[in-house]
Design a protein around this ligand. Structure first.
Ligand SMILES: Cc1cc2nc3c(=O)[nH]c(=O)nc-3n(C[C@H](O)[C@H](O)[C@H](O)COP(=O)(O)OP(=O)(O)OC[C@H]3O[C@@H](n4cnc5c(N)ncnc54)[C@H](O)[C@@H]3O)c2cc1C
Length: 299
């Protein structure tokens, strides 16, 4: 039985101020180490005894990690950029509305002021609210270590509940979000039990359209499988097709595919049955809003 208000294990705490200092600390993989950004996942896990690292290394004093920039059409979000700052950066970019909505839906103001996308991704919760938008936008992560850097597609980085493909000596340096063309619309929706709760189900849809033709449609569903699921086959149904209306046969077929593809379970927040039923309905609603946005109209 753990007292959820105190951390019972001893650990050393480091606050490097440069990437070089951070790489040197991470190079010693003999001691169990956790990186910490806002601490809104890690600290509760340590209080509950679910994580007991011997070293905690904060990323928050490294200035370059807090940067958000646009380079060659790619939004680069530093691993220590707070969600509130990310939301502000996304709000000026209408085509990535789904990411803005996902980021803004994480907790309430206290969490937005502390937490980061890097932490949301690295916790690897299937219910993470920033992940559906990032996946549907084709995002990747840049990982760095004393040995160099590598870029990994986000869909390959997320390996299962609580699992990623990061190595012990690596740090997630930034998240790369390709900015889509202007004929793109996107939308995110989250169903919760009460306000500021973890999602029962969350969905992001990103649509590119040319007149009434759907050029492509990316869909990701969270809280309905071991990781957030990017459902490629929806694009096989809708990509290149003329959309005659919001409840057309094609949209209904795509919605059924979404419901059939997810692998939800019963848990404290919802039931598999509810999740499956609602997935199809929410997909249709969210698709419709993204579709209207892709034309440049306000949804
Ligand atoms: C009250 C409350 C409400 C919440 N509501 C939501 C919600 O609505 N939706 C939601 O999705 N989540 C929610 N969360 C969970 C949490 O706030 C988010 O997952 C948040 O984005 C985590 O970010 P952080 O910076 O605090 O991560 P931290 O706790 O600092 O780190 C989380 C994990 O990421 C790792 N990590 C952090 N930075 C790096 C890095 N640069 N490289 C490698 N690994 C790294 C850490 O080692 C740790 O394993 C909530 C949490 C609380 C306490």
């Amino acid at each position: 039985m753990h007292n959820s208000r105190i951390i019972t294990n001893d650990f050393d705490f480091f606050q490097p101020t440069s990437m070089t200092e951070l790489y040197e600390l991470l190079a010693d993989t003999s001691v169990e180490t956790k990186l910490m950004a806002g601490g809104t996942d890690l600290i509760p896990q340590m209080k509950e005894g679910r994580k007991a690292p011997k070293r905690v290394i904060s990323t928050m004093k490294i200035e370059e990690l807090a940067c958000i920039t646009v380079q060659d059409g790619i939004l680069k979000i530093g691993a220590a950029a707070k969600l509130k700052k990310v939301a502000a950066a996304c709000s000026g970019l209408p085509t990535i509305n789904a990411l803005h909505q996902g980021v803004s839906s994480v907790g309430k103001l206290q969490i937005l002021n502390m937490a980061t996308i890097a932490g949301n991704i690295c916790t690897a919760s299937p219910a993470a609210d920033t992940v559906p938008g990032l996946l549907t936008l084709g995002s990747s992560v840049t990982l760095k270590s004393v040995n160099g850097e590598r870029e990994v597609a986000l869909r390959d980085f997320l390996a299962g509940p609580g699992k990623t493909t990061i190595q012990a000596n690596e740090v997630l340096y930034c998240i790369n979000v390709p900015l889509p063309s202007e004929n793109t619309g996107s939308e995110f929706k989250k169903m919760e039990r009460v306000g500021a709760d973890i999602a029962k189900i969350n969905i992001s849809v990103v649509v590119q359209r040319n007149g009434n033709t759907c050029e492509s449609c990316k869909v990701a569903v969270g809280s309905c499988g071991p990781t957030t699921l990017l459902i490629d086959k929806v694009d096989d149904i809708l990509g290149g097709q003329e959309i005659s209306g919001p409840e057309s046969e094609l949209i209904q077929k795509a919605a059924q595919l979404v419901a059939d593809t997810i692998t939800p379970i019963d848990d404290i927040r919802s039931t598999a049955e509810y999740r499956r039923k609602v997935a199809a309905v929410i997909f249709m609603d969210v698709f419709q809003i993204a579709w209207v946005r892709a034309k440049g109209d306000a949804a």
